[in-house]
Ligand binder design. Structure first.
Ligand SMILES: [Zn+2]
Length: 221
């Protein structure tokens, strides 16, 4: 099974004065297989979880383009668009080399770029417009994403962290890839629904977390 991965993870404060420019992006950009595995192998993040789950399920994981920005103001439009277009192109190249079975993206869920108030929805829309409806797409997100109707429409699986502090990114990456793997094997999509719950979660809170004995220690990356 071949699953490609990538993602533009940017927790955005749309009131923030510092924008993601090329300099900020380049500090965190990981392009291709070697840079990805060197950065995320053994790391307790969603990408680290993807790597271990892929190994366990005998999935060929194909990294394309990955960036995790510091939380700040919106990304500059040209910077975001350049990233989006290159990531989609690299996904497509991987597909042309040998057909992909799925796409697994790790993002934040509260990303904003100039001209794109729903950054994740835009990335997913761009991937779908290149690949069509056939290919299953899973995404792993942070705890406090803004889940849009477009994200639900374009993605087949959305998994978010459950813990604050975010110590379950690793498990979230693994869960998302496992669900994607199982969906591909069963050959049909899961049902989807977007339900907005009638409460608001205060930002300063903690959850009790239980680590699985096999999970590596959490690291923020
Ligand atoms: Zn968060």
């Amino acid at each position: 099974m071949r699953i490609a991965t990538g993602g533009y993870a940017h927790e955005t404060n749309s009131f923030g004065s510092i924008q993601v420019d090329k300099q900020i992006l380049l500090k965190t950009l990981r392009r291709g297989k070697e840079a990805y595995f060197r950065s995320f192998s053994g790391v307790g993040s969603s990408n680290g979880g993807l790597i271990d789950e892929a190994r366990e399920l005998d999935i060929e994981l194909i990294p394309t383009l990955r960036a995790t920005m510091i939380p700040c103001g919106p990304s500059k439009q040209a910077v975001f668009e350049e990233f989006r277009d290159e990531m989609v192109e690299l996904l497509w190249q991987a597909h042309c080399e040998k057909p992909l079975d799925g796409i697994a993206l790790c993002m934040h869920g509260a990303g904003v770029a100039e001209g794109y108030p729903d950054l994740e929805g835009e990335i997913l829309r761009a991937v779908r417009s290149k690949f069509g409806r056939e290919i299953p797409i899973g995404i792993a997100l942070d705890l406090h994403g803004n889940i849009s109707p477009e994200m639900v429409e374009y993605a087949d699986i959305i998994c978010g962290y459950k813990c604050y502090p975010h110590v379950d990114g690793y498990e979230t990456g693994r869960t998302m890839l496992k669900l994607l793997h199982d969906m591909i094997l069963r050959g049909s999509r899961y049902g989807k629904a977007l339900v907005r719950l009638p409460w608001h979660i205060a930002p300063a809170f903690c959850t009790l977390c239980h680590y699985t004995p096999h999970a590596p220690p959490p690291q923020f990356h």
